[in-house]
Design a protein. Structure first.
Length: 721
């Protein structure tokens, strides 16, 4: 019998920011996770050994011989009867793997260990698993599988999983559609192994986004949750296993099609990162962990988030240089800081059926090129941005005619199956080095010539039947897109890139490793945006979420909404305008100027503070707030999405403030005055009130009888002296 290799300890405890993960290395094969959740405090080896006994199912030897505690990678060979964490094949036959842990390396010992790398070997295979508690207590988990043998190995799937207490018996996930992303749904946790998968080649508008388990329906400010998100922009699997004999498992992984990943000898496959968040402070606690991690990254935007004007809903494809120049001048007059020219600037692009992929300026429309526009924008003190859709191509384009073999599809099928195109466009195979180089060089030339500060990077279709080299191509395409964005940013320091994918179809933490902002939705209906932004903000802090003010009537819904409400909604993200401001009245223009000044004043709080919400009873009410890191200030919007149930609405509590400090609450009506009915509290009439933080957080404020689609903007500041 082979003896177990020397390891740093029988059990490893990772601790950070109120979270703990306990690994048991005494079990055969891969380590088991005995605990993921609340910090266990200062415990010694004897305590950990006793804890292992406390949660064990059976004392060996006994009638139940199977391993009842799932390992880091549960498999049938462990006696695991749920969905395996790993499925491999060799020569068309399932490959049975019997792992032996050979090393476990700790990192961050000064904190009692915040990360561990576990290496295990089997016949011709090496598995490396990394667990790290990130700033904020967010746990990242990933595997890398290396083929050390002499034969190819096919990877069907390799997923990251963690155990969750069985009492967490409610399941929350997300779905949606174009212009209505991030719709949550909570239900009883189904029994047995259950998977939710995306097969769009991108995350999609119906992306699961986050899979959370809880003992009761999740609340904003209290209750335990265990949640998982996959940092990957391609196909995905979100999974749960609720079994009668074993702990519940929660997991995520890349969805791979047959033959998509085959490892030749010497090759390796790394999983996308699984992000796992535990909270005992409700949904806001989940947000706090994700936001702290994202803000801790070296590449997180450090400069102020500029007020943007994007030209799409102002001019669409009708690019008249004189009009666009006047639009830029009006934008600067309002206080816009970044001007972005959207789709329609390249040859033949008078609609969405032609030209995509030909990244040169249409001199028939822009006879002097884009230099005069870029120069004028920068002369006006604004950054200049340009729209691209680098991963796509129209068949009616010079690029597709010259290189039909560069499509990420079976070439024999394209002419006969044009009905499967999406927005009359196809996908360019960026995993082909020559296609990658062509797109990179075309974009880089424009960035350098025009001094482009910002790229709106669009992605307007699913990757239906994606083929690379005769095999499924989503995996390689996704990695190539990441490499391309990263290379452009590395060679052009200061360049920022926004991820847009028909709106919010690619807003995951994978794309955010290489981008600086996401476009939350193509919907500029502020009523719909209240929920889209709230749930996008569950993972992403406000400074990463594009939120623009559209025209009075939303193009995506036909709904007409007051300007004050549209402005209040956009304020709570990375704000901008998506509107023909040349058509604005003098009064509207003046309001936009006041809004621009208000955004500049409040964004230090909005883009650095802690997100807070309030559990309200009325389903028509939305309460969104941000409290500064030092708790000396906060900003809230109180908004309605339908008519309120009660003639006297419920009080709204302002959470997150210091209970022992005194605060002034002011109505900020630069966005305009909200309309409401017969309930008018004295503080609303006065425009402000002074109260201790404890009162604001426990008693709250009586709000007026807000009409449908109306919002209050509250600015809370500490009273000093």
């Amino acid at each position: 019998m082979t003896s177990r290799p020397a390891l740093p300890a029988d059990r490893i405890l990772l601790r950070r920011d109120g979270v703990a993960v306990l690994l048991d290395l005494t079990v055969p094969g891969l380590p088991a996770v005995l605990h993921w959740g609340a910090d266990l405090g200062e415990v010694n080896e004897a305590d950990l050994a006793a804890l292992a006994d406390a949660v064990a199912r059976q004392t060996p030897p006994a009638t139940l011989d199977a391993a009842w505690q799932p390992s880091l990678l549960p498999q049938e060979t462990d006696g695991w009867v749920g969905r395996p964490g790993l499925l491999l094949e060799r020569d068309g036959t399932p490959l049975v793997v019997d792992w032996s842990t050979t090393a476990a390396t700790l990192e961050g010992p000064e904190l009692g260990a915040t990360a561990v790398e576990v290496v295990a070997q089997a016949a011709g295979l090496t598995l490396t698993t990394r667990l790290r508690l990130e700033p904020g207590g967010l746990l990242t988990l990933g595997h890398e599988l290396a083929n050390d043998g002499t034969q190819d190995v096919g990877v069907h799937w390799l997923e990251t999983t963690l155990p969750v207490p069985t009492h967490a018996d409610r399941c929350t996930t997300f779905s949606g559609r174009w212009a209505r992303e991030k719709v949550p749904a909570t239900s009883p946790l189904p029994r047995g192994p259950v998977v939710r998968q995306t097969r769009r080649g991108r995350a999609g508008h119906d992306h699961p986004w986050l899979l959370a388990l809880s003992a009761a329906d999740p609340r904003d400010r209290d209750g335990e949750l265990w949640a998982a998100h996959l940092g990957w922009s391609g196909d995905a699997t979100y999974r749960t296993d609720r079994l009668p004999e074993q702990p519940t498992l929660l997991g995520v992984g890349e969805l791979l099609r047959p033959g998509e990943v085959r490892l030749a000898p010497g090759q390796a496959y790394a999983t996308p990162t699984g992000f796992f968040a535990w909270s005992d402070a409700g949904l806001d606690g989940i947000s706090a962990r994700f936001h702290a991690y994202l803000r801790s990254r070296p590449q997180h935007p450090r400069t102020v988030r500029p007020l943007v004007l994007n030209t799409w809903e102002a001019v669409y494809f009708d690019h008249d240089p004189a009009t666009v120049l006047r639009l830029a001048e009006r934008a600067a007059h309002i206080g816009v800081e970044r001007f972005v020219l959207d789709d329609g600037w390249f040859p033949a692009r008078r609609d969405d059926t032609r030209g995509l992929g030909d990244w040169t300026v249409d001199t028939g429309v822009w006879p002097d090129g884009l230099e005069p526009l870029a120069d004028r924008v920068q002369e006006l003190g604004m950054q200049f941005g340009l729209w691209f859709e680098p991963e796509m191509v129209c068949l009616d384009s010079d690029l597709a005619r010259a290189h039909p073999d560069w499509l990420l599809h079976d070439p024999a099928h394209v002419p006969a199956r044009e009905g499967l195109s999406w927005r009359t466009q196809w996908v360019l195979d960026l995993a082909r080095p020559e296609a990658y180089a062509h797109v990179r060089d075309a974009i880089a030339a424009l960035v350098e010539r025009l001094g482009i500060d910002f790229i709106k990077w669009d992605h307007n279709r699913d990757l239906v039947d994606a083929r690379h080299g005769g095999r499924p191509g989503v995996h390689e395409q996704t990695l190539a897109a990441y490499r391309l964005i990263a290379e452009l940013k590395a060679t052009h320091p200061g360049l920022e890139i926004e991820s847009c994918s028909s709106g919010g179809a690619r807003t995951d933490l994978g794309i955010l490793q290489v981008t600086d902002r996401v476009w939350a939705s193509d919907s500029n209906d502020a009523v719909e945006r209240q929920d889209i932004q709230r749930w996008t903000g569950l993972l992403l802090p406000p400074e990463l979420v594009g939120a623009h003010v559209g025209p009075e009537q939303a193009h995506s819904s036909g709904r007409t909404v007051d300007l004050s409400y549209r402005l209040a909604t956009a304020l709570m993200g990375s704000a901008g305008l998506e509107w023909d401001v040349l058509a604005c009245t003098e009064e509207e223009t003046a309001t936009l100027q006041r809004f621009a000044a208000l955004y500049r004043e409040l964004r230090p709080v909005l883009h650095h503070g802690t997100a807070v919400h309030a559990d309200v009873r009325d389903p028509a009410l939305r309460v969104t707030g941000v409290v500064s890191p030092g708790r000396e200030a906060g900003v809230w919007t109180i908004a309605t999405v339908a008519s309120l149930e009660d003639a006297r609405p419920e009080r709204v509590r302002l959470h997150g403030l210091d209970p022992d400090r005194l605060y002034r609450v002011r109505l900020r009506e630069e966005v305009g005055t909200a309309r409401f009915g017969w309930v008018v509290p004295p503080w609303v009439s006065a425009g402000e009130i002074v109260l201790p933080g404890r009162v604001l957080g426990t008693v709250g404020l009586q709000i007026p009888m807000l009409w449908v689609a109306q919002a209050l903007v509250l600015h809370v500041t500490e009273v000093v002296g």
